[in-house]
Design a protein around this ligand. Structure first.
Ligand SMILES: [Zn+2]
Length: 296
């Protein structure tokens, strides 16, 4: 009942589909930086995703995980659109008066969805037990209600899986940079460590323990939604390749943390042999999004 009332007041995710379909018709130009030029994680800056978190990493992920650990990937702010905590609008909208990627949702949430879906798709192609979760509606006031990202992720992590929520950080001085805010429900794992090696890290008690990490969900900040990163996502000619590169780095890091990375060196080649469809790609995610919205 509670959900039904919210559905009436909020736009459903399926409403973004016309925009996704339009994006897919755009030509793709391959002019993003190659990851082998960009892969030195000791640098404070990544050419595609920008500055890494300069905050102190006060934790180390040592706990081994199973090579078959189930993984759940979610888009940050999926249930908080139209209320506080809906995610950053990004520099293009806030400072340069560009139209939002889709009206009614923050640009951060839009890109979180695209990246999370691409990660799940590529991970499945690699044989990981990885699934994408999206709440049935976009606005759920209580984060502990059934079906929210955090409720679903908490149960998933408690059952032994690895739950990861994708985010982009705020632009300008409000943002920190890319990095993992690690889950806090049990000792830090090698997946946590591997993601931190690739993207950077936040302190374990960042902002006095955020809601997701407290429930056992890792928050991965891809980068600040500004500058070159935001421009290459927004430009239809570079969008698909940028999303693929980000997804490729995340999946590689997860696989390495699971101890699977060296087993299939071909899997680490860039570009992927079979480009993964993403939310701006084939009809597969479109059907998925429609199916998820059937709860209306
Ligand atoms: Zn966020």
């Amino acid at each position: 009942m509670h959900l039904r009332r919210l559905v009436a007041t909020g736009l459903l995710l399926s409403a973004t589909l016309p925009l996704v379909a339009r994006a897919q018709q755009q030509p793709m130009v391959l002019r993003t930086v190659q990851p082998n030029q960009a892969g030195n994680q000791s640098l404070p800056y990544h050419p595609v995703t920008g500055p890494r978190s300069p905050l102190r990493k006060d934790w180390v992920g040592m706990r081994a995980v199973s090579r078959d650990i189930p993984i759940l990937v979610m888009a940050g702010h999926a249930d908080s659109q139209g209320i506080g905590g809906s995610g950053t609008s990004g520099e293009a909208v806030a400072l340069y008066r560009q139209p939002p990627m889709y009206p009614g949702i923050s640009d951060e949430h839009y890109w979180n969805l695209v990246v999370a879906h691409a990660v799940a798709t590529l991970g499945q192609q690699r044989g990981l037990k990885i699934q994408f979760y999206k709440p049935p509606v976009r606005t759920i006031v209580n984060a502990d209600d059934q079906g929210t990202n955090w409720s679903t992720g908490r149960q998933f992590a408690a059952a032994g899986g690895y739950a990861l929520e994708i985010h982009f950080d705020a632009y300008g001085s409000a943002g920190v940079g890319s990095g993992l805010i690690p889950p806090l429900h049990r000792p830090f794992s090698r997946i946590d460590e591997s993601l931190a090696q690739e993207f950077g890290a936040y302190p374990m008690n960042f902002r006095e323990m955020l809601g997701g990490p407290k429930r056992g969900i890792g928050l991965l900040e891809i980068g600040k939604l500004e500058g070159n990163l935001e421009a290459s996502l927004r430009d239809p000619r570079t969008r698909q390749r940028t999303v693929q590169l980000i997804a490729w780095r995340i999946v590689n890091a997860i696989e390495a943390g699971m101890g699977r990375g060296s087993r299939s060196p071909l899997a680490r080649n860039w570009p992927p042999l079979t480009p993964p469809p993403d939310a701006a790609g084939t009809g597969v995610p479109v059907r998925d999004l429609q199916a998820n919205s059937a709860a209306e």
